[in-house]
Design a protein around this ligand. Sequence first.
Ligand SMILES: [Fe+2]
Ligand SMILES: [Fe+2]
Ligand SMILES: [Fe+2]
Length: 398
Amino acid sequence: MLRDKLSIKLSELLSALSLALDSANNRIFQHSRRTAYVAFNIAKNMGIDEHILSDIYYASFIHDIGMTGEMTQYSIEDIHNDKKLKKEHCQAGAEIIKYLPLNERVHDFVLYHHEEWNGKGVYGLKHDDIPIGSQIIHLADYFDLNYGSILNEDINVNNIKRFFIIAKGELFSPEAVDSFLDVMDKEKFWFDLKFYNFQQILNTIEPNKQREINIGELKKIAKAFSVLIDKKSKFTYTHSQGVAKITKDIAEYFDYDKLVVDKLEIAAYLHDLGKLVVPNEILEKPGKLSKEEFDIIKSHPYYTKIILKQVKGLEIIADWAGNHHEKLDGTGYPEKLTNNNLTREDQIIAIADIYQALTEDRPYRKGLSKEEALKIIQDIGSKNKFQQEVINGLREVI
Ligand SMILES: [Fe+2]
Ligand SMILES: [Fe+2]
Ligand SMILES: [Fe+2]
């Protein structure tokens, strides 16, 4: 294995992570991806410099990243119809971006993506005081919020154009609107937006193709997302961070190469990524879940894996993260994997997860002591569900 050499594209990773955010029940599926596509085309047609163009593209994928935490309970429509929530998600999003390996420009593009050209937006910036990327994302975002989910119905392009012509110089920058009118004239634009495999379309336009991330940057992104995942439910506000810590300790106990330890830690940060897709009413339901509700919960490691697998170079991390509810005897979920196809790395995360869950406080019970948790895990292990070797590793590190 090559040390420190990852081949992961920043845009592909941001695109996949945006899908986790946009797949929740009260969001618009692929909203951020389409916003990125539309914003890119408007900016490109305006002749914007390559570096700014790629920052607009990155910012588009995460422009609504601030709609997490407490805001997961509101629908995307509610947030955009309420000036206070609108401002909050801009602010929260920009705050999260400070922890990502992205520059100041991307931060500002997200912070000001709800400014209006006439100065009546959330921070009251006016005209060219609004960063150019924000002007464009604002327009692309508005388009997708209103038309993104009905593209396959009978949409009337002339009506859409008429709307933007009226809003030109009021809501939106005149130059951005003119560019968008040009873009809308191309048949390809509409064919692309309706194409069934939208990521393929994004791959063809991707600006700054050479921009790959290193292991340190990947860890930063994974850690920032672990905070979003944990904050989604008040029951689990430090869960992923805890799992990452124990995973790292066990991995070091087994003397893995530094790069593998880092990758395991990243998989641990992201193991519950799929929970972003599960409705909060189910995640936080007090009392016993019905069979149907539990089946929905069981989809979270599935989404973790399938979302991470969209990123080339992340396949192994996707497996380790997505297999955290599998058991050696085939009684886990969602793939019913067994002994034959589960690795020690899978088991490290699975055991770190269960240990962390047992020892953390929940609103309805106190966390168990180390000894009590270890005893439970040992009991499960003796029924042929976990590798004894990994249980021993856990015992050594705690
Ligand atoms: Fe927004
Ligand atoms: Fe948006
Ligand atoms: Fe889980």
